[in-house]
Structure formats: structure tokens, C-alpha cells
Design a protein around this ligand. Structure first.
Ligand code: AMP
Length: 214
């Protein structure tokens, strides 16, 4: 049995064509079913639905043989014990700094004045501002980061941006792009040894599909 950990939403939607290229079709629709273990047309392949931030944990400890997870989550949670063979080039977005339209970000960065930054991505934000030599006070949030500058909780946020519509709708502007993000395949190292043939088959089909899309 090969178990693949996925999160609902963008990653799930974007991985379906890649799974198909490996001959795997998920039989349940996660939006309609409440099942957390989904069957596929391959009797020896199943899909686990887990939170995005839990995907590395499931794969690391062998609860799943492989998984798909955003680079943002990998950087934030660490990648110990995970084999990362492939950038799948899906669920693409960027991680950026955003502020209120009226906030003078350039001045705040230049004067070296202490800025308060709210984010789910504390490690990424800390590294980024440290590399710029800017002192920031970080506030960890778990969602709706956009509210922080609007309520005075923080001067800036570090968050994922795709179309930019969420920022625009909340009168925020993207002032700095920290890095591009996409989803990666992660594989449990022991599973790769013990189930090499079926895992390699899926990895090779994904790699080919990614290459063909370029
Ligand atoms: P957008 O309005 O298209 O810029 O999307 C921004 C919102 O969607 C933010 O709340 C982000 O946290 C979230 N988001 C954007 N891209 C992704 C992604 N690839 N994976 C997960 N969340 C995302």
C-alpha cells in the first residue's frame, strides 16, 4: 500500500492532473465527502487528507509514504528526515511583506526603527528581516493576517500572495517579495527503500508531467 498525504484546497486541486499522469484517480470528492482516507482507482494507493502543516509530520514519521506540501510550510516546519525529490511547480504563489497603503515601509526600513510584523511564518520572517539588518518584533498569528495592520496590531504582515486580490480588498500593499513558493513532493526515506518500485513509478510520472508542462 502506498499512502499519499495531501491537504484540501489548492494543493489537492492542482495535484489531481499529476496523479492522473501516474495512472491514479481519486475516487472521492473531498468537498462532498467527510472521509479522511480516500480510495483511488489503484487498490494499493490511498490518499490521506491532513492539514497542510501536518503533511511533513505524517511523512516524517511514516504515517504516509509521501506527501505534497508548500515550500512555505517546509521552510517553517523544518525538513528533518524528509526526502524532497521534486518541485512540482503547483499551487504557485509568493511570500511577501505587506503594509497599509499609508504606511511608509521604506522609511521604517531605512531608519532602522523597530517594526512589528504579524505572521504565520515566524521563521521565514525572522530570517528575512535579519538578513536586512532590521529589528522586528514578531507576532505569531494563525490566520487572517490582513487584519493585523488594519487594527494596529502590527505595522506589517508576512503572508502568501497569489493574485493580490486579498491584499487589495483590505487596502494593503505588497512592498517586498521574500520568495517564490510552490509545492514539493516529500517522501519518507524508509518507505523509499522498502517500497522503492511503486514510489519511484509515481515520482517518475510526476517528474515527466512537470517537465512536459514547462
Ligand atoms: P490572493 O488573494 O490570490 O493573493 O490569495 C491570498 C490568500 O490566499 C491569502 O490568504 C493566502 O494565505 C492564500 N494563499 C494564496 N496562495 C496560496 C497557496 N499557494 N497555498 C495556500 N494559501 C494560499
Amino acid at each position: 500500500m502506498i499512502t499519499i498525504a495531501l491537504s484540501k484546497g489548492r494543493i489537492f486541486d492542482d495535484i489531481l492532473p499529476l496523479l492522473k499522469s501516474a495512472g491514479i484517480e481519486v475516487l472521492d470528492d473531498p468537498d462532498k465527502s467527510r472521509k479522511l482516507i480516500l480510495d483511488t482507482n489503484q487498490p494499493d494507493v490511498r490518499v490521506l487528507l491532513v492539514r497542510a502543516t501536518d503533511v511533513p509530520t505524517y511523512v516524517q514519521y511514516g504515517g504516509a509514504d509521501m506527501g505534497v506540501v508548500g515550500k512555505d510550510t517546509l521552510l517553517e516546519s523544518g525538513t528533518q528526515g524528509l526526502y524532497q525529490p521534486l518541485d512540482l511547480q503547483i499551487a504557485k504563489c509568493r511570500i511577501s511583506v505587506a503594509v497599509r497603503e499609508s504606511f511608509d515601509y521604506a522609511a521604517a526600513m531605512k531608519q532602522g526603527s523597530r517594526m512589528t510584523v504579524a505572521t504565520k511564518y515566524v521563521a521565514i520572517a525572522r530570517d528575512f528581516f535579519a538578513s536586512k539588518g532590521v529589528h522586528v518584533d514578531l507576532i505569531k498569528l494563525y490566520g487572517s493576517m490582513e487584519l493585523a495592520p488594519l487594527t494596529g496590531l502590527a505595522d506589517a504582515i508576512v503572508d502568501l500572495v497569489s493574485t493580490g486580490n486579498t491584499l487589495k480588498a483590505n487596502h494593503l500593499v505588497e512592498v517586498e517579495r521574500i520568495m517564490d513558493i510552490s509545492s514539493h513532493l516529500v517522501v519518507n526515506q524508509t518507505a523509499l527503500k522498502l517500497k522503492q518500485a511503486p514510489i519511484r513509478k509515481i515520482m517518475d510520472a510526476f517528474a515527466l508531467a512537470v517537465k512536459q508542462k514547462d
